[in-house]
Ligand binder design. Structure first.
Ligand SMILES: Nc1ncnc2c1ncn2[C@@H]1O[C@H](COP(=O)(O)OP(=O)(O)OP(=O)(O)O)[C@@H](O)[C@H]1O
Length: 328
């Protein structure tokens, strides 16, 4: 069943520019330069119940603006939008009870009280029946293994611990849709992985529809079957993640640190990103990675090696340049 629908959705912001300094401030009182910015352009989107969809794109692509329109935080300039049959920016209580939004850069928890006290407050705000509240609280805290952090002041939690509490707070009222804007930003690899496992399980066991934005390709790769790529406010790809990666993610980034100084350069078609006698970073074709890594281990004393996904910016560029590509 389709639960998120937009048609020709469009959002433009207006902002003002002033010249620098005191003179500029005085001048701007009488004459300000108005600038319009199209953040989301002609956006058509349909998401079915239970889907886990990744929304990716470079900085300023319009992802947060889209999320904000879907949750009613801001209203569109024009176009159609309906979520669970509601028009989000009418902010009906019946709609507010059916979704949750978690933004990695913002906290919804009160900093000076414990997380569990905020949870109790949310129980009252969302009218969560006692049995459902208890069941969900123990289910989510066990899933994250965070029982020992429930009763401490939120301000004292680490970023990763706080993020886990944010997610629990968002899910206590059993929302049908969970909007996640960069939920793993700034977290270490272990916390990122725990959050991924948690989200995967919530989507599977509760059937929660999840729309996720992240700059970490690993998040998108391990969670979303469907992926939407946005650039300059427009949708440039909407389809399976597998196809996106097979077709457009052609390179990997390899970083090696050596125990001894070396002048090693791979005998393959690579692009060197950074080089010193003890460290080498380069982009290599996906198909060559295992041969290159094999050679390095056979011939050198390796202190450390990492193989990372390509930056989303490169993938966007490739989608654009692929005129007869899989989507256009
Ligand atoms: N309140 C605002 N007023 C004016 N312009 C805005 C406002 N909010 C966002 N913008 C502009 O709209 C564009 C899209 O911003 P948005 O935050 O939606 O992008 P994003 O894809 O979420 O970026 P990021 O990955 O950096 O978070 C940007 O160019 C931004 O400068």
């Amino acid at each position: 069943m389709n639960i998120i629908h937009t048609k020709n959705l469009y959002k433009s912001y207006t902002r003002y520019e002033k010249e620098e300094g005191f003179r500029g401030s005085i001048k701007s009182l009488f004459n300000r330069k108005k600038i319009s910015k199209i953040a989301v352009n002609d956006f058509n989107l349909d998401i079915n119940e239970g889907e886990f969809v990744g929304l990716i794109g470079p900085n300023g692509a319009g992802k947060t603006t889209l999320m904000k329109m879907l949750t009613g935080i801001i209203s569109p300039t024009s176009g159609e939008i309906s979520v669970l049959g509601f028009i989000p920016n009418e902010l009906k209580n019946a709609y507010k009870k059916q979704f949750a939004i978690v933004m990695g850069q913002k906290s919804q928890l009160f900093q000076d009280i414990s997380a569990v006290d905020t949870f109790l407050l949310l129980k009252e705000i969302y009218d969560i029946p006692e049995t459902e509240y208890r069941k969900n609280l123990s289910y989510f805290t066990e899933l994250f293994a965070v029982e020992s952090y429930l009763n401490v002041q939120v301000r004292t939690l680490s970023l990763g611990e706080r993020m886990k509490m944010e997610l629990i707070a968002a899910l206590l009222h059993n929302p049908k849709i969970l909007f996640l804007d960069e939920p793993t930003i700034g977290l270490d690899a272990v916390a990122q992985k725990q959050i991924r496992c948690f989200l995967k399980e919530v989507n599977r066991s509760k059937g929660t529809t999840i729309l996720l934005t992240s700059h970490y390709m690993e998040d998108i790769k391990s969670l979303c079957e469907r992926c939407i790529v946005v650039n300059s406010g427009s949708k440039i790809y909407d389809g399976s993640l597998e196809m996106l990666f097979n077709h457009y993610q052609t390179h990997k980034m390899i970083t090696v640190t050596f125990d001894e100084a070396t002048s090693y350069i791979p005998d393959f078609d690579v692009q060197i990103i950074d080089k010193n006698p003890f460290k080498l970073s380069f982009m290599a074709h996906k198909k060559d990675v295992r041969f290159i890594v094999g050679n390095i281990f056979n011939e050198y004393d390796v202190n450390d090696i990492s193989i990372e996904e390509e930056d989303i910016g490169n993938i966007v560029e490739r989608i654009y340049s692929d005129k007869g590509g899989i989507y256009r």
